[in-house]
Structures are given as C-alpha cells and as structure tokens.
Design a protein around this ligand. Structure first.
Ligand code: SAM
Length: 266
C-alpha cells in the first residue's frame, strides 16, 4: 500500500476483501466475457475477479508504480495491463473492439469525466459497476423530482438503468476518505436511438440545469425568441421535474421551433 500512488496521493485504496467481493459479485455481465477495470491500483478487485470469475480481464492504470506492481504480483494478467489514462484512451482500438463491462473503485476526482467517457463509448460498454463518492452515486441514480437529479443523471439514464447498490463506510479504505462512498450499477437499457437530435438534447439539458430552480420559460429562452410558442404548462416546469422522455420531447419541440416557421408548436 505504501510503495504506490506517490503521484496519485488523492486516491483511497480498498483494504476490505469482503467489499471487493461484493463489488465484483455485483457484475451481471450478461452475454459478456470481457471486463475492463479502471484504476486497479494494487489489484484488490482484480485478484478477486481473476480468482473467482471467468472473464477476460483488462486493466487500465495511470500510475507507473502500480503498473509495475501488477506486472510483478498478478502475472496472470499477462499483456492485459494497459498503462495510461482512461480518459484519453481510444477504447475500441486500445482496449477492445468487442463489448465489455467496466468495473472499478474510481478515482473520485474524475468520476464525472469517466461517465462522460462511458457515454461516448456506450455501444461498447453495456454495464458498469463502480464505487464512487456517495453524493455522486445518489445524483446519478436519482430520478425526476429529486433535489439531486441533474445533468449527468439525465444523460446516463437516457441509455442506462441505474441502481444504487450499497453504501460503503470510510474505514474500509486506506487512507479513509473524508467523503462517503457507494457502489452503483449501470445496465444498458436497450435504447439504440435517442429519438431527437443528440447534440441539441445535450444543450437543452445543460442549459436547463444551469438554472435548475428556474422555470423552463426562463432557463431555455436563449434558444429562440419564439420559446413562448411552446406548451404553456411545460414552460412553467423546472428541469428537475422532467424525465428523460420529457427532455427528448422538449428537444424535438425546440428543434421544430428552430427549423420551422409554422405556428403553433404543440
Ligand atoms: N482499485 C484499487 C482499490 O480499490 O484499492 C485502487 C482504487 S484508487 C481509488 C483509484 C486508482 O485509479 C488508482 O490506482 C489511480 O492510480 C488510478 N487512476 C487515477 N486516475 C486514472 C486514470 N485517469 N486512468 C486510469 N487509472 C487512474
């Protein structure tokens, strides 16, 4: 534990094998035989995976000392240890062109960026099981009407079913983090098309949540001076009240508004 992570001192390493087992056992990996672990560190999850599951396991680790440790202590990984930054990797060419599940006790400071990377590669990644900061886990897994439902919740829930699996106490880490932790599972929901322009959807969701307490009438008015032509009841709602489907409808309505001169918009 002490030899590593000089550079990544902000990281918290799991020292409880029962939690490692619970995390790995949460993988369903239906129809998948390949797993990618992000940030294996000293391999607490990796060892349990290799000893108890029959997956072809790849790991991506940014810390060189950890990579050396893994080569030395987990030789079964052979050439499936990838040294580098998960965020910068071209996953299809540098990891696997075949779909795989992702697992990891994530580096908490970049967990949101990791989810955006997962979204970019959603066709390759049908499942994610990961440990992360509890607040982020709650945010991602909560639905409309919740105080913590936000941009990442909508983007991820458009493509994945998200389950909050269990909370993890701080004393199972070395060093113990100041924040609480939790484990979640994302499973592809089978959607292949969003049903609206994806780029516009991203813009609409972001713009709406930038002013999450405001009615849509105010938060999205910069899209068009004709925004008042949208449904009046819809315009009184706040972003945190809208489901993914409603955001898709809203995006389609805005797109029609932007591209057509016809009135009124339903
Ligand atoms: N899996 C180990 C455990 O549970 O004890 C280590 C978890 S530690 C919270 C996060 C790990 O991710 C560290 O080993 C760190 O070096 C690695 N890491 C941080 N940023 C990374 C990145 N961008 N790409 C790949 N690995 C990263």
């Amino acid at each position: 534990m002490i030899v590593m992570a000089k550079k990544y001192l902000g990281q918290h390493f799991l020292i409880d094998k029962n939690i490692a087992k619970d995390i790995v056992d949460s993988l369903k990996a239906t129809n998948l035989d390949r797993i990618l672990e992000i940030g294996p560190g000293m391999g607490v999850l990796t060892n349990y995976l290799l000893e108890n599951k029959n997956f072809e396991t790849y790991v991506i680790e940014i810390d060189h000392e950890s990579v050396e440790y893994l080569h030395k202590n987990i030789p079964q990984l052979e050439n499936r240890i990838i040294e580098g930054d998960f965020l910068k990797m071209d996953l299809a060419t540098e990891v696997s062109a075949k779909p795989f599940a992702v697992i990891g006790n994530l580096p908490y400071n970049i967990s949101s960026q990791i989810f955006f990377k997962v979204l970019e590669n959603k066709e390759l990644i049908p499942e994610v099981v990961c440990m992360l900061q509890k607040e982020v886990a709650q945010r991602i897994s909560s639905g409309p009407g919740s105080r913590v439902y936000g941009i990442l919740s909508v983007f991820l829930q458009a493509w994945y079913n998200i389950e909050y699996l269990f909370s993890v106490p701080e004393y199972v880490f070395d060093p113990p983090p100041k924040v609480q932790s939790a484990v979640i599972r994302l499973t592809a929901n089978g959607r292949t098309e969003l049903g609206c322009d994806e780029k516009l959807f991203f813009k609409v969701v972001k713009l709406a949540f930038n002013q999450r307490r405001k009615m849509l009438r105010n938060s999205i008015k910069s899209f068009s001076p004709r925004i008042e032509e949208l449904d009046a009841v819809l315009l009184t709602r706040r972003p945190e009240q809208l489901s993914v489907e409603e955001f898709i409808d809203l995006t389609n309505n805005i797109e029609r508004l932007l591209t057509s001169a016809e009135l009124p918009i339903a």
